[in-house]
Design a protein around this ligand. Structure first.
Ligand SMILES: [Zn+2]
Ligand SMILES: [Zn+2]
Length: 84
């Protein structure tokens, strides 16, 4: 099963079809980590990893963003600023 096939899936945001990965990460995740060197336990999923100013790892930032977009009440403090 596992051979020389390059799986082009970002290990961080699980985004498929990434044309070019950098150390297993897509460019947006790679840049995200570069600007957020802090490693801590995520406030949402409790995984140890790079977190942003709200204490959330990138998958949770993406997940909460999707929650907000879908109209569900996300466990997310209001007034948070998104830095892109
Ligand atoms: Zn990614
Ligand atoms: Zn998380």
């Amino acid at each position: 099963m596992v051979g020389t096939v390059v799986v082009r899936q970002c290990a961080r945001c699980l985004d498929w079809g990434v044309p070019r990965l950098r150390e297993g990460l897509c460019w947006s995740c790679s840049n995200w980590l570069k600007h957020r060197p802090t490693r801590a336990s995520c406030a949402r999923c409790r995984r140890i990893g790079h977190v942003d100013g709200d204490g959330l790892c990138r998958p949770c930032v993406i997940a909460t963003g999707e929650d907000i977009q879908s109209g569900d009440n996300a466990a997310f403090p209001g007034g948070a600023q998104l830095h892109l």
